[in-house]
Design a protein around this ligand. Structure first.
Ligand code: ADP
Ligand code: MG
Length: 399
């Protein structure tokens, strides 16, 4: 069975109740921002390439109130992160520290233009934490959207600038040198659409994905291999070094011919990494066109090619993700168009495009086979959803 996805309203209600209990008043400001799933275009964003994400129905929510004490007090209602779940920090001396989860909030506060007042807040998220569907960006973007409403903050900057500030928060306070995709889609996602994002120009093109006969199935492997921490920066560095050797500003500009020409000076591993990036950027462009024409077979084929390339050339998959894709593709004649790992890799989620009619059957098949290997997967049927908003609240009106 697919997981029931909690509504933003119910998350907000829980956060508001927790806020009242802890702080003894009603919060006056709130915001929410979604996680994302990348349909195709993996490890291309930091190479100036294309990515093709959509915003998820799972969101991070933050509710709170500005204060005059100079000290921020914040609680997360999510387990599955480091303790303690309640912490305090001074607004005029923002530095990364412990607990780690709070660094995403602090990091954004540190980036805000203008003067951020201190605040009390409670956060809660329905995005699986550490599952490769960007709970981190959703928390950053929700925090930005929350703080943007407070007096003293200059909210008059462009959306792109806001996105870049959230990305910088992740770089500087979480130590994760991520590309721009996650924050971009969390901020700007549109219901019923995926977003083809050109990470070089930072321009996005919305592509409708609202055909009721197909659904996006996100499957959480519920495994996360520890090496993730160092592998991502390593890949990023390899790509930068390869671009230098190829004499291009970024791998976006690399071609198959240029790669072949440099084969003798590149070590085998770097060669494979570049081959993935070049082919993945091309696939992503093609996949967006395929989706635009509702050519799901082509889209699905490109998804599988993407997975294979991530597994073999980029080497960021793992046994569990490969199994989930394999089990999904065993249902090719039962409505599955394609499946691939999504996100950074080494665990986390797969994404599968499947007919709405057969999705339950497909879930059952994957679930049974994955369980036989000793693991439990979680399934989410995900309509493309809206980006960040304050829509559920009126500014400065207590709930
Ligand atoms: P992903 O972005 O794929 O979910 P990351 O490792 O980048 O994985 O981010 C997960 C981390 O983000 C968590 O371990 C936690 O520190 C933080 N985080 C995200 N959402 C929340 C939340 N609602 N409460 C506390 N921490 C959160
Ligand atoms: Mg993340």
């Amino acid at each position: 069975m697919a997981q029931e996805i909690r509504t933003a309203e119910s998350l907000i209600a829980e956060a508001v109740a927790a806020f009242e209990k802890r702080f003894g008043s009603k919060p006056t400001v709130g915001a929410k921002a979604p996680g994302r799933v990348n349909l195709i275009g993996e490890h291309t964003d930091y190479n100036d390439g294309f990515v093709f994400p959509m915003a998820l129905p799972m969101v991070s929510v933050i509710v709170g109130s500005p204060t005059t004490t100079g000290v921020c007090r914040i609680e997360t209602l999510n387990s599955g992160t480091d303790s303690p779940r309640y912490t305090e920090f001074p607004i005029d001396n923002l530095e990364p520290g412990k607990p780690k989860w709070c660094n995403y909030v602090k990091g954004v506060a540190a980036q805000m233009p203008g003067t951020v007042p201190s605040f009390d807040a409670v956060i809660i998220s329905s995005v699986p934490l550490g599952g490769g569907v960007s709970s981190s960006a959703s928390l950053e973007v929700a925090t930005y959207t929350f703080l943007d409403q407070l007096d003293g903050v200059d909210s008059d900057i462009s959306v792109i600038e806001k996105i870049l500030k959230c990305q910088k928060a992740e770089h500087e306070f979480a130590g994760m040198p991520c590309g721009i995709m996650d924050q971009y889609i969390s901020m700007t996602g549109r219901e019923g659409h995926a977003l083809l994002l050109d990470c070089r120009s930072q321009q996005g093109r919305l592509v409708p994905l609202s055909d009721p006969s197909v659904v996006v199935l996100v499957t959480n492997s519920n495994v996360k291999h520890e090496l993730t921490g160092s592998e991502y920066p390593t890949r990023r560095r390899q790509c930068q070094e390869a671009a230098k050797i190829l004499g291009v500003p970024s791998l976006r500009d690399a071609t198959d011919a240029a790669l072949e020409a440099k084969k003798s000076v590149l070590d085998e591993e770097t060669f494979m990494r570049v081959r993935h990036v070049i082919s993945e950027i091309k696939r992503t462009d093609e996949a967006a066109l395929a989706l635009e024409t509702e050519d799901y077979n082509t889209f699905g084929k490109l998804m599988v090619e993407s997975h294979n390339s991530l597994r073999d050339d980029y080497e960021v998959s793992c046994k569990e993700l490969d199994q989930l894709v394999e089990y999904a593709m065993e249902m090719k004649n039962e409505g599955v168009f394609g499946s691939r790992m999504t996100g950074g890799g080494f665990g986390g989620c797969t994404v599968t495009l499947v007919t709405a009619l057969n999705v339950d059957k497909v879930i059952q098949h994957i679930d049974t086979k994955y369980k036989a290997g000793g693991h439990k997967a979680t399934f989410f049927v995900c309509p493309p959803s809206e980006g960040a908003s304050i829509s559920l609240y009126e500014r400065n009106r207590p709930y």
